[in-house]
Design a protein around this ligand. Structure first.
Ligand SMILES: [Zn+2]
Length: 289
């Protein structure tokens, strides 16, 4: 496991011009890449290998929509050779800090700017930020991501192996979803759009009809969702981050179907992106089979 979360001790121990710093000199000589969330961190770690130190800002298990940075996180961002984030306003609590670091000259790579975005059309068009739930998005962004890292960190990383691995993963997920008769579901918030578009699933609605977990559903929205779920013969309500369990369980009970918790926004202990995505696909397939 090469992902490194800087410990408080390591951070405090290194005071410039103090002898204790010498133990960290070899660390600081390798390029410092900061990645905002764990799923993206796994991809970047696999891509760069030992060529750079990758620091994941938002710990596995915390909601990236809502994460608020500490003073040390802000320092870490400002000392990075490059910061890689999701973009599309996913990391709501980091937007200002990332913008200010960029103004101070810290290179930024926002993956969402390099993919084919899903846009929810309305008074204000909003781009769906949940891009990591389809490996196809990373395959699309990989050449730009690799160039940005190489340029900012003075490296010459080749993305071919990572591209092959993502293509293989995409094929494996396709096989899993093809093994079920129909993939029709209700999600927690509007999080499975890229996944569903790419793998041929239909999301009839979400308990929280928003791209963010920071919103809430109204009673009439829940009633409408119940109607849609019945009409579309939905077999399970997939909930998770930001969805009140009592709301999803009540809905599932009233529909006579299962409420299944999915981990969609962080690795949740998975060893890497591949394991995370296959866990997700297999969990969906098992319930709908
Ligand atoms: Zn989300």
């Amino acid at each position: 496991m090469r992902m490194i979360l800087k410990s408080a001790l390591g951070f405090l121990a290194c005071i410039p011009f103090v002898a204790a710093c010498s133990t960290t000199s070899s660390e600081s000589s390798s390029p410092q890449i900061v990645v905002t969330y764990s799923v993206l961190g796994s991809i970047v770690t696999d891509l760069v290998g030992d060529a750079a130190e990758v620091t994941i800002l938002i710990p596995d298990g915390q909601d990236p929509h809502e994460f608020q940075p500490s003073a040390r996180d802000i320092e870490t961002i400002n000392n990075a050779d490059i910061v890689i984030s999701n973009g599309l306003d996913f990391e709501e609590g980091l937007l200002e800090v990332l913008a200010s670091a960029e103004e101070n000259g810290v290179p930024q790579f926002r993956v969402g700017n390099y993919i084919t975005q899903r846009i929810e059309e309305g008074d204000h068009n909003i781009a769906d930020p949940h891009l990591w739930l389809s490996p196809a998005n990373f395959i699309e962004a990989l050449p730009s991501l690799t160039s940005a890292i190489n340029e900012a960190a003075g490296l010459s990383i080749d993305s071919a192996a990572q591209s092959d691995a993502l293509t293989q993963l995409d094929e494996d997920i396709t096989s899993v979803i093809k093994s079920i008769p129909s993939c029709v579901l209700v999600s927690g918030h509007d999080e499975l759009g890229y996944f569903s578009d790419h793998y041929g699933c239909t999301v009839v609605g979400a308990i929280i009809p928003s791209f963010s977990t920071t919103s809430e559903a109204t009673a009439s929205q829940i009633a409408n969702l119940k109607k849609l779920a019945t009409e579309n013969d939905v077999k399970a309500v997939f909930t998770g981050l930001g969805t009140p369990p009592e709301v999803s369980e009540q809905l599932a009970n009233e529909l006579g179907i299962a409420a299944v918790s999915l981990s969609t926004h962080y690795l949740n202990g998975a060893a890497n992106y591949r394991e995370f995505m296959l866990n997700l696909a297999n969990q969906i397939a098992e319930v709908l089979r």
